[in-house]
Design a protein around this ligand. Sequence first.
Ligand SMILES: Nc1nc2c(ncn2[C@@H]2O[C@H](COP(=O)(O)OP(=O)(O)O)[C@@H](O)[C@H]2O)c(=O)[nH]1
Ligand SMILES: [Mg+2]
Length: 444
Amino acid sequence: MGETIAAVAASGGAIGIVRVSGSLVPHIAAGILGRIPPARRALYAPFMDAEGVVLDEGIALYFPAPHSFTGEWVLELQGHGSPAVLGAILSACFSLGARPARPGEFSQRAFLNDKIDLAQAEAIADLITSRSKDAAQAAMRSLHGVFSDHVHALVESLTLWRAHIEAWIDFSEDMESEDFNEKEIILAPLQRIQQDISNLLVQVQRGVRLRNRLPVAILGPPNAGKSTLMNRLAAREVSIVSAIPGTTRDVIKEEVMLDGVVLQVADTAGLHGAGDDIEKEGQRRALDHGETADLILWVEDDAEPMRVSEHKARILALPEVLIVRNKIDITGRAPGVWDDDGRKTITLSACTGEGMEYLENELLSRSGKVSTEGDFTARSRHVDALIKAEEGLMRVGAIWRNNRELELMAEELLAVQHILGEITGAVSNEELLDRIFSEFCIGK
Ligand SMILES: Nc1nc2c(ncn2[C@@H]2O[C@H](COP(=O)(O)OP(=O)(O)O)[C@@H](O)[C@H]2O)c(=O)[nH]1
Ligand SMILES: [Mg+2]
């Protein structure tokens, strides 16, 4: 801290931006622009190096501390997008005392200066990498503190409850008296907070999925039409389609956009247990992929119901499997969603596209797109924290039931508060911060 940092924050387009933050900004602005720009106003000016050579001309924006993104003095120089031009402007900043910014360092400073909390800083990264409008909107809501507000509310209820419990510690002998209303003091708050955490957990898990793009694996016997289905979903020829079994060997992945939701679809080698070494390796990868996917589409050839794979039982035992009976253009079966022995089954033709809407609707509802209104992005570290908080509260309940130790309960509650505090960064350590910000891009 204290050092002034500079980085190219945008390049590759018509316009590029060099961003500088720190106490040397007035000095650097004077050096490059020949004057101190007005605060928060666009100034059109030449950008010069130390020798007075004009490197570029563009717009300078000057934000005196603390009214800036980082809370420090900030200068943004918008020049032409050439990496060479931007590199020269950046070098001029370095020669005036700035040093290169590390990934996410601007956001990290904004966090350290209390401009944003940790969940909001993460939302910035999510917004930058968002691939769909829904994901972007959800990231915006996190950035505006929707998620953080939920966490603050939880921490507040916990604090209040703990204070209440602590007030009784010195009077624990009175716990047998009439004054001590067990339901009001212990059971009701416990239940309410547990409910709040589990509600938030559901939202957060949806937020993680929105950010992560749902991994979907297409599996099934050879020649069932897996690659044809992949190409239909991707709306382009991603995989080779052929009547020769064993065509697909590697796992082929493609991002598929469906109504604002991004899926990561993987087409895999047909599973039949035989084949040469390459095919066998392909099948091993297919099975591995199935095990890590959030959803499996098990594709079968409706015209050849007998061609089932020995791996079918193993795949169907996995938690999220949709059966797709393909090639109904041959069998004449109607397209639709069916309940086949308690298994959701979709009949369609990947070739003609008939019935694809049933599959797409199913994919959308499983990707968490029920209503994204009010959703926010979140990360698995937030899910982990909420699960730990749930466990902590379970321990609190157990302590009460087993030995009514108020002091132990208060201690456990404090630990839960700390766990939740890690989400917003109210409680943080250097290692956690480094891990989070190092995933950001430079200049952010
Ligand atoms: N009639 C018909 N043929 C299909 C359909 N889907 C795939 N096929 C054909 O089935 C064969 C195998 O398709 P492919 O997608 O390569 O199967 P994969 O081995 O499961 O990837 C190819 O000749 C495709 O043209 C379909 O819906 N209807
Ligand atoms: Mg294939």
